[in-house]
Design a protein around this ligand. Structure first.
Ligand code: NAD
Length: 256
């Protein structure tokens, strides 16, 4: 369905971003990966799906590096047809204890990077009259949780940016939507499980059950594969007129 398209997924060396990259590659899209840590493993996984794959190591907190990444993608593939703004980090502390540099980093990586990549991707998408901008927000783009001020502020911002981008592109073949996952067991969440287990002196299993029990009636993690399937749906012809939604996949978290 997506052969001849190129998808750039930020923060795709791990977790949800890698899951979405694989799902788009399974539909035939060429892939630009980005993120830190192991690159060869994710690159090989994508290449095994029979598509072209490139990697750019831009630090998403740095606008100049985001510009270099978008220029690299255009140079290698002609243009970016599908942009998935996914890179994100978390830090947990009360507002009055929140380290200022962590606030700045979360706003830069989780929110401003989506603005920069989107502003740089839109001209070519408009020219082609086809494009998909998919922002990986969170249930925290829709509701709050204690001790996550920067993350919740950034993710609410992402949902706002999604709506405005969708309105500005509404008369075109370019759409913009957000995906709002609940708990997904990636390294980002594993750190929170480990912290809970350590601070309460409980087992990892008990910490996991507690984490899910507080928020998710389904008592189940959402998987990167399920989120990948939603991204593919947004890219399908059925997604042509889905504009500006913030679609939660969250085991009932925000239905409560
Ligand atoms: P993860 O830690 O597994 O992956 C994060 C990715 O972002 C990695 O590839 C990492 O290298 C990359 N990254 C981090 N800082 C970066 C930077 N400065 N520049 C470039 N890349 C950077 O986390 P994940 O859980 O897969 O999170 C992906 C997205 O999903 C994030 O935006 C996160 O907020 C969101 N999300 C996660 C959950 C969850 O439960 N895991 C729930 C809702 C939303």
């Amino acid at each position: 369905m997506l052969s001849n398209k190129t998808a750039l997924i930020t923060g795709s060396t791990s977790g949800i971003g890698l899951g979405i990259a694989k799902a788009l590659a399974q539909q035939g899209a060429n892939i630009v990966l980005n993120g830190f840590g192991d690159v060869d493993g994710p690159k090989a996984e994508i290449a095994a799906l029979g598509v072209r794959v490139e990697y750019h190591g831009a630090d998403m907190s740095k606008p100049a590096e985001i510009e270099a990444m978008m220029a690299f993608a255009a140079e290698r593939f002609g243009q970016v047809d599908i942009l998935v703004n996914n890179a994100g980090i978390q830090h947990v502390a009360k507002v009055e204890d929140f380290p200022v540099e962590k606030w700045d980093a979360i706003l830069a990586i989780n929110l401003s990077s989506a603005f920069h990549a989107t502003r740089l991707a839109l001209p070519a998408m408009r020219a082609a009259n086809w494009g998909r901008v998919i922002n990986v927000a969170s249930v925290h783009g829709l509701v709050g949780s204690a001790e996550k001020s920067a993350y919740v502020a950034a993710k609410h911002g992402v949902v706002g940016l999604t709506k405005v981008t969708a309105l500005e592109t509404a008369p075109t073949g370019v759409t913009c939507n957000a995906i709002c996952p609940g708990w997904v067991l990636t390294p980002l969440v594993q750190k929170q499980v480990d912290a809970k287990a350590a601070s309460q002196g409980i087992s990892n299993e008990d910490a996991t059950r507690q984490l899910l029990g507080e928020k998710e009636p389904s008592m189940q993690f959402t998987t990167p594969e399920e989120l990948g399937a939603l991204a593919v749906f947004f890219c399908s012809p059925a997604g042509n007129n889905i504009r500006g939604v913030a679609w939660n996949m969250d085991g009932g978290w925000v239905a409560q």
